[in-house]
Design a protein around this ligand. Structure first.
Ligand code: PHE
Length: 362
C-alpha cells in the first residue's frame, strides 16, 4: 500500500504545474494578434508534445485517488484552453470578414436591388441590313452565295463584258494588287462590285439559277458622306428559259414594297452597265414626302436604290450558256445606302468609324 503522505505531494506538484500551464497560456493569449500566432499557441499548449498532454498521459500511472483529482483538473484546463482557442479563432475570422459580414447583413448594401445590366453586343447595322435583304430574296426562291473579295480582273471586268480598253472601266475606280502575270500585267484586284460572282456562279451551275450574293466591295476613291472605300453590295441573278423584263420588274417591285412599305411605287429608267442590256436604274417614290419632294429625295420625289438589267448575251456566252435558249436578269445594290434611306443616316462614314453612340442605335 502506498504511504498515505506521499500521494498528496506528487499530486500537489502536478496540480501546481497545471496552474502554471494555465496561467502561462492565458497570459500568452493576451498578446496574440494573428491566426498564425493563435495556431502556434494551440500547438504549444494543446499539441501532442505540450506539457499538458504529458501530464494527461502520466495520469494513468497515478493511484486511483490521485488520478481522479489530477485528471479532473487537467481535463478542466484542457477544456478551457480548447474553448479559448475556438472563441479567439472565430473572433479573428469575424474581424477579417467584417466588411463582407456587414454587407450580407444588409447594412451598407441592399442585396435585393436588381443587378446591373450586362451590356451585350449586337450585329453591325450593315450586317443586319444584309441579312434582312437576303431574307426577302430567300423567301422569293433565291439562294445565297458568297465569293472572294480579292478577285481576278478576268471576273471583275473581262467576262462581264468590260475589256481592258473599255471606257466603262472608269466607272469603277480600282484597288489593284501588286501582283503581275507572265505578261507583266497587274491582273489581281479588290473586287469593285459583287457582279464577278454572276460569272463564278454560272460557271459552276446549269440554269435555272437564282442567287443573291452579299459581300464587301472596294473602290479607290476619296471618302465623303456618300462614298466609302469599302462597302457592302448585294448582287442578284436569275437565269432560266423564258425570263423576261417583267420578271425583273415584278421581283424588284416586291422587294421595294417589303423593304420600304406596301404603298411604294417604283420607277425604272434607262441606265448603262456593260454586262446588262437593257440596263436600268430603279427608284422608289420617296417614303418621307410621298413623292412631293423633300430633303431626302433632293426635291425629286424619287430615290434611286439599285442598278439592274437583263443579262447581256455576251456574258451568257462567256460562261457557256446559250443566249438563244436562256435569258436572265441581274441587279446590284449598295447595302449601306438602303440602311441610310431606311433610318435617315446622312453620312456613310458613320458605319465604319466605330463610334458606339452610332452603332448602339441599331
Ligand atoms: N455592279 C453594278 C455596280 O456596282 C451594279 C449592277 C449589278 C448593275 C447588276 C446591273 C446589274 O454599279
Amino acid at each position: 500500500m502506498t504511504p498515505s503522505y506521499t500521494w498528496p505531494i506528487i499530486a500537489n506538484d502536478m496540480l501546481k504545474k497545471l496552474e502554471t500551464i494555465k496561467a502561462k497560456a492565458l497570459d500568452e493569449l493576451k498578446h496574440i494578434a494573428s491566426v498564425a500566432e493563435l495556431e502556434a499557441w494551440r500547438v504549444s499548449h494543446l499539441g501532442k508534445k505540450s506539457e499538458l498532454t504529458g501530464i494527461l498521459r502520466s495520469v494513468s500511472t497515478l493511484s486511483p485517488d490521485q488520478r481522479k483529482a489530477v485528471g479532473a483538473f487537467a481535463n478542466d484546463v484542457k477544456g478551457m484552453l480548447e474553448m479559448l482557442y475556438k472563441e479567439n479563432l472565430t473572433a479573428m475570422k469575424e474581424q477579417l470578414y467584417e466588411g463582407m459580414e456587414t454587407a450580407a447583413k444588409g447594412e451598407k448594401f441592399d442585396i435585393t436591388l436588381p443587378g446591373r445590366p450586362v451590356s451585350s453586343g449586337r450585329l453591325h447595322p450593315a450586317t443586319q441590313m444584309l441579312r434582312e435583304v437576303c431574307d426577302v430574296f430567300a423567301s422569293l426562291g433565291f439562294q445565297v452565295a458568297e465569293g472572294p473579295e480579292v478577285e481576278w480582273e478576268h471576273y471583275n471586268f473581262d467576262t462581264l463584258n468590260i475589256p481592258a480598253d473599255h471606257p466603262a472601266r472608269d466607272m469603277w475606280d480600282t484597288f489593284w494588287i501588286d501582283h503581275r502575270n507572265e505578261k507583266g500585267e497587274r491582273h489581281m484586284l479588290l473586287r469593285t462590285h459583287t457582279s464577278p460572282m454572276q460569272i463564278r456562279v454560272m460557271e459552276k451551275t446549269k440554269p435555272p439559277v437564282r442567287v443573291v450574293v452579299p459581300g464587301k466591295c472596294y473602290r479607290y476613291e476619296a471618302t465623303d458622306a456618300r462614298h466609302e472605300a469599302m462597302f457592302y453590295q448585294i448582287e442578284g441573278l436569275a437565269v432560266d428559259e423564258h425570263i423576261t423584263f417583267a420578271d425583273l420588274k415584278g421581283t424588284l417591285y416586291e422587294f421595294a414594297r417589303r423593304m420600304f412599305g406596301e404603298e411604294r411605287r417604283v420607277r425604272f429608267r434607262c441606265d448603262y452597265f456593260p454586262f446588262v442590256e437593257p440596263g436600268v436604274e430603279m427608284a422608289i417614290d420617296c417614303f418621307v414626302c410621298g413623292g412631293k419632294g423633300c430633303r431626302l429625295c433632293s426635291d425629286t420625289g424619287w430615290i434611286e436604290i439599285l442598278g439592274a438589267g437583263m443579262v447581256h448575251p455576251q456574258v451568257l456566252r462567256n460562261v457557256g450558256y446559250d443566249p438563244e435558249k436562256y435569258t436572265g436578269y441581274a441587279f446590284g445594290m449598295g447595302v449601306e445606302r438602303i440602311s441610310m434611306l431606311r433610318y435617315g443616316i446622312d453620312d456613310i462614314r458613320l458605319f465604319y468609324s466605330n463610334d458606339l453612340r452610332f452603332l448602339k442605335q441599331f
